[in-house]
Design a protein around this ligand. Structure first.
Ligand SMILES: NC(=O)c1ccc[n+]([C@@H]2O[C@H](COP(=O)([O-])OP(=O)(O)OC[C@H]3O[C@@H](n4cnc5c(N)ncnc54)[C@H](OP(=O)(O)O)[C@@H]3O)[C@@H](O)[C@H]2O)c1
Length: 269
């Protein structure tokens, strides 16, 4: 069915996933899009087919459900010209580990880790055989610092970084590239769920927000440079450096917090 290259994207109907879908469609890739909500997926597929004259297949699946994961995995394994896999589906939670329902955290491990690992394993034999393929696992800058209040989120995203880095090293010379994409604050629906009712976007300085389109386009460009871990945006890279320093020297964080609140107080007075 697919003569040209085909890209497979999870969490494709919104935010960063939808931005990837538009940008790859523009490059004339045929697409297989996965998400939970059929209507949203169908609407996106119709738009992409209309604008770019490509073939778009949609798969409705809840990737927290092992049966759905297996169904999607089987579909990936049978695509003969799959050259791009983007494991992007994801969600956040807000609250302490002991307070959030365990089921939600297990769901997150399925969506972020189990689905991504199984989809990579399903896609790779064909990609290696054809000596052509790109895999993007969407992680987060939240992976670089264990985050109280997002314990399972930061742990699952850290898994994706280590997994992608090691996989990229194993695949050197095979023609297959792997990237862990680590976005910072991105303007999508991610923070619009009921989990984040108390999240106030305006508390994050505007300069730290990026658009989904910018994140996706920078990621696709970086793929050409074979960077196993890619953080889009200079400010996000600086935040990660700061996170690494404060991980090693926690007193630096205490010092920053104290001085920032002193500065804020002196501005009010
Ligand atoms: N936005 C940020 O600030 C930010 C920062 C760092 C990393 N990220 C990562 O970027 C990725 C994309 O997020 P986004 O910002 O584009 O948010 P988004 O607009 O909410 O998109 C996430 C997509 O994943 C889908 N999804 C969630 N759970 C799923 C499940 N169980 N099965 C199938 N699909 C599921 C969502 O579908 P529904 O809407 O139907 O749930 C949605 O279409 C995520 O992995 C996220 O962790 C985001």
């Amino acid at each position: 069915m697919y003569k040209l290259g085909t890209a497979f994207i999870t969490g494709a109907s919104s935010g960063i996933g939808a931005a990837f879908a538009h940008q790859l469609a523009k490059k004339k890739k045929n697409l297989i899009l996965v998400d939970k909500q059929k209507e949203r997926l169908a609407a996106l597929a119709a738009t992409l087919q209309h604008h770019y004259s490509i073939t778009v297949e949609i798969l409705t699946a809840d990737l927290s459900n092992p049966v759905d994961i297996e169904r999607v995995e089987n579909r990936i394994a049978e695509i003969e010209v799959l050259d791009t896999l983007i494991n992007n589906a994801g969600f956040g939670t807000s609250g302490n580990f002991v307070e959030i329902g365990l089921a939600k955290q297990i769901d997150m491990i399925h969506v972020h880790v189990i689905a991504s690992v199984r989809f990579c394993r399903a896609a790779l034999p064909g990609m290696v055989m054809r000596r052509n393929g790109s895999i993007i696992n969407v992680s987060s800058i939240g992976a670089f610092k264990p985050i109280p209040g997002s314990v399972t989120y930061s742990a699952t995203k850290a898994y994706l970084i280590t997994f992608s880095e090691a996989l990229q090293t194993e695949l050197t010379g095979t023609g297959v590239r792997v990237q862990a994409l680590c976005p910072g604050f991105t303007n999508t629906d991610f923070h619009s769920t009921t989990e984040f009712v108390n999240f106030n976007r305006s508390r994050i300085p505007k300069v730290f927000w990026m658009s989904a389109e910018e994140v996706a386009s920078k990621s696709l460009k970086a793929l050409r440079k074979n960077q196993a871990v890619y953080i889009p945006g200079l400010k996000n890279r600086l935040l990660v450096i700061l996170a690494r320093i404060t991980n090693r020297f926690p007193l630096v964080l205490t010092w920053i917090r104290k001085n920032l609140s002193n500065i804020a107080r002196s501005h009010k007075e």
